[in-house]
Each structure stands twice: as structure tokens, then as C-alpha cells.
Write a protein that binds this ligand. Structure first.
Ligand SMILES: [Zn+2]
Length: 237
């Protein structure tokens, strides 16, 4: 059966979908565990009409994505100027930017103190991101080791860890046994970081979100549901 692809835009997010025509009378939209969206449309429905229908269901699609996965909604735009708040491990810190002879970043007593030779937002952003990355490397490594101690009992292979900036998810894993964590995750609390790591560890044994996957996750982390909710709430701030 012939299948077409299209997408709708929602803010900065694109929602791609596949659609095909069927004998049904009404249009049906499905979100699958691998996060793909498919549409079954009655014969003769125009692509514009399909697009309009998908657009109407954007909130529902996004909700389904979150239910299925570690979906990261669009983060607030940052200006990287004094007074703005930035998070680290779930806490908020107010940014203070000073000009100085050398670059340095310190997180101290409720503030991010950034001393920079160049006060442009891009330069400040880069300094902060380097700081986050340095800290993420240690923290994520430590959390992975802690989470893996439980996972090892379930014969889950020990993964490699990579940190990367991603726009739409908190984490993912590869067939080659590597766990990828979003640098943004360093802004969440440790229990949320552990949830993302454990979620991905489970994928190394159970690739898809089938009943076996959720059972394994629940065994390793009985309160994963609360952590997932907390992570989603955090992302909305
Ligand atoms: Zn997953």
C-alpha cells in the first residue's frame, strides 16, 4: 500500500508523519512506541486536510511521546545575561556575568559567577556549556556506575557512555551498547538522571517498550513512574 510522508510544525518542533489511504470513513492518528506518527485517512482526503487534523492533535501527540519516551520539550530561550536563572542538578542559580582578564565559571551560594573576557551571549553560553559538560562527565559517570550495579544482576551488558546536546530527548541508546545522555539532563535532579540512565540500561536488554521492558524497569526502579512525572514537570518549567 502506498505511503506518503509529511510534517507539521509546532513552534520550533517538527512533527513528521507517514500517511496512507484506507477504506475507513474517519481519519485516525497513531503514535507508536518508536515515536513515529502514522495517519490512516479516508480515500480522497487532501494532504492539507490531513495536515490540519494532525495539527489539531499536536498536544495529544506530544503527550503520547512523553508517555512512551524520554521526550524533551523545547527548552526556554536563554539570553545569557546577569539576572537570568540557570539550573544545575535541579536547583536554580542566578547568573552573574563580569568582565575580567581571564575566563572562569563558578557555581557558588545560589549564583553562577561567570568571569569572561567577552560578554557576548555566545561567549557566555560557551563558557557555561563547557562548565556543564565538565560536571556532567563526572556526575553521569557516577550515576551510571551506581545504576549499573543493579542492572548487572539482570545480565545487562555494561555500556559505554557519551554525552551530547540533543534537542528532543533526554537520552537514547545504540545497538552497539552505548548510552547517550543529553547534556541538558545535568539540569535535572539526580533521581531523574537515574531514571533516564536506568531506562536506557533496560533498553540494552529489551529494545522495545513492550511489557517485558516495563517489567524490567519496574524491577530495577519501582518508583520510576514518579521520577518520569517529575522529569516531565521539570521540562515544562
Ligand atoms: Zn525508551
Amino acid at each position: 500500500m502506498k505511503e506518503f510522508t509529511d510534517r507539521v510544525r509546532w513552534g520550533n518542533t517538527h512533527i513528521p508523519y507517514r500517511y496512507r489511504y484506507t477504506k475507513r470513513k474517519t481519519l485516525g492518528i497513531s503514535v507508536h512506541p518508536d515515536l513515529t506518527v502514522t495517519v490512516k485517512a479516508p480515500e480522497g482526503t487532501s494532504p492539507e486536510a490531513i495536515r490540519a487534523k494532525v495539527r489539531q492533535r499536536v498536544a495529544w501527540i506530544r503527550k503520547a511521546w512523553r508517555e512512551f519516551e524520554l521526550y524533551l520539550p523545547k527548552q526556554p530561550d536563554r539570553r545569557y545575561v546577569s539576572g537570568e536563572t540557570h539550573r544545575y542538578l535541579g536547583r536554580q542559580y542566578r547568573l552573574k556575568v563580569f568582565e575580567g582578564p581571564e575566563n572562569s565559571v563558578k557555581c557558588l551560594r545560589g549564583y553562577f559567577w561567570v568571569i569572561t573576557t567577552d560578554r557576548t551571549p555566545t561567549a557566555v553560553q560557551q563558557l557555561l556549556e563547557t562548565w556543564y559538560r565538565d560536571h556532567a562527565r563526572n556526575i553521569f559517570r557516577g550515576r551510571l556506575d551506581a545504576c549499573y550495579r543493579l542492572a548487572a544482576r539482570e545480565n545487562i551488558p555494561e555500556p559505554m557512555l557519551r554525552i551530547q546536546k540533543m534537542t528532543n530527548r533526554w537520552g537514547s541508546c545504540s545497538d552497539k551498547g552505548r548510552i547517550l545522555l543529553n547534556l541538558e539532563l545535568i539540569k535535572a535532579t539526580r533521581d531523574c538522571i537515574d531514571y533516564v540512565i536506568t531506562h536506557e540500561l533496560c533498553h540494552l536488554k529489551e529494545k522495545h517498550h513492550g511489557p517485558r521492558f516495563w517489567k524490567l524497569l519496574e524491577k530495577l526502579m519501582p518508583d520510576f513512574e514518579q521520577r518520569r512525572k517529575k522529569l516531565n514537570l521539570f521540562a515544562d518549567v
